[in-house]
Design a protein around this ligand. Structure first.
Ligand code: GTQ
Length: 356
């Protein structure tokens, strides 16, 4: 497409003043000239607002512990430090469409029960064995587990172990708030009552088996709400050992909803990528902005023209429509999340593989 179709040439100062006077008058009527705004409204290709950024866990952890000494989980409701993209200050967003934060629950604490229409996921960074309770069922949160809090499900978090638990939160808050359709409420009790055995949903839905008359308890979200790292890791190691790694995606498996084979959550797509030590991927860009948490391994991410060295538990952002590639120094397991599923549903998702 020609992006500069109708260049009508220079306009005289007199003509410009006349136009401006008109714009000022219609502004008072809550109207505006589209022709002055068209380029910004309908860009020829995405212009990412966020920028590539990394939060190194070694630097973040002391601040988490400092927050832990400052106030209790109960006082804070959620003791979270928001990961805010430096190019979008004050917006509580890591990417254009996703919120991210790091949450700390100290031994003996409870983050009280509430629910909201925003969907949340947790990726566990450090754990001696805390738990989250979702809709009457508890699950232990182990390092590397991917845990879902579906839209409108009651949830509280607790820590009955003797070590702190720290995880990354990702929520679709900017999406929900874009539609201005969000609701939330507090539970009467700090901790909800538990009515089912631990990992009941994983046993019913998580072994490539389903209840004979399966109905999802969580609507559009997966009935599984803890995808244990141990299983994900084992699958990826086997896939890599079988060979045929994709030059752009290496070994990548998406977390899926067993009810329909789609993504595990309705608004946030999550997957894990495994690069065996020494592997380097080729460039790819896609319309979704991605948040990456390093489950294991060290390497370098090249994002646009930036090189970002990463290690275990680091979190980094790949802006939308920005080329990415990875180089693994050791065996890497990268947990990734984006708004891809929402874009796919709206017919907006695109990707482009760089040719070597
Ligand atoms: O754990 O429910 O990081 O409601 C932000 C909002 C975590 C949570 C966040 C939340 C939560």
């Amino acid at each position: 497409m020609d992006n500069h179709p109708h260049d009508a040439g220079a306009v005289s100062a007199e003509e410009q003043a006349k136009r401006q006077e008109f714009y000022d008058r219609i502004d008072a009527q809550s109207m505006a000239p589209l022709w002055e705004r068209l380029k910004g409204l309908v860009p020829p290709e995405p212009r990412p607002s966020p920028r590539a950024h990394v939060w190194h866990f070694d630097q973040v952890r002391p601040y988490m512990m400092e927050a832990g000494a400052l106030l209790t989980a109960e006082e804070a409701e959620r003791r979270v430090l928001v990961l805010e993209n430096p190019a979008m200050p004050g917006k509580s967003r890591a990417t254009a469409t996703l919120y991210a934060g790091i949450q700390l629950v100290l031994p003996g604490e409870v983050a009280p029960a509430h629910r909201h229409t925003a969907s949340a996921l947790r990726f566990v960074l450090e754990s001696g064995g805390g738990f989250t309770a979702v809709a009457g069922e508890k699950t232990t949160m182990r390092t590397g587990d991917f845990v879902i809090t579906p839209s409108w499900a009651w949830h509280d978090h607790g820590n009955t172990s003797s070590d702190p638990i720290i995880w990354m939160d990702i929520l679709d808050l900017p999406v929900v708030n874009f539609f201005e359709g969000g609701f939330s409420e507090h539970h009467n009790d700090a901790a909800q009552s538990i009515g089912r055995p631990e990992d009941d949903s994983l046993n019913r839905y998580g072994n490539a088996l389903l209840p004979i008359e399966a109905e999802s308890p969580f609507g559009k979200s997966s009935p599984i709400f803890n995808y244990p790292f141990e299983r994900t890791r084992a699958s990826l190691v086997a896939v890599a050992a079988a060979g045929d790694l994709d030059p752009h995606w290496a070994a990548t498996l998406k977390y899926s909803n067993p009810m329909d084979g789609g993504w595990a959550m309705p608004t946030i797509a999550s997957w894990m990528t495994h690069l065996p030590a020494g592997m380097a991927t080729q460039g790819i860009r896609s319309t979704d902005g991605i948040i990456v948490a390093v489950a294991e391994g060290r390497g370098v991410a090249t994002i646009g023209d930036q090189k970002i060295p990463f290690g275990p538990r680091d979190i980094f952002v790949i802006p939308n429509w920005t080329q990415r590639s990875f180089q693994a120094e050791s065996d890497c397991f990268l947990f990734c999340s984006s708004d891809r599923v929402a874009q796919e549903k709206l017919g907006l998702y695109r990707e482009e593989r760089a040719t070597a």
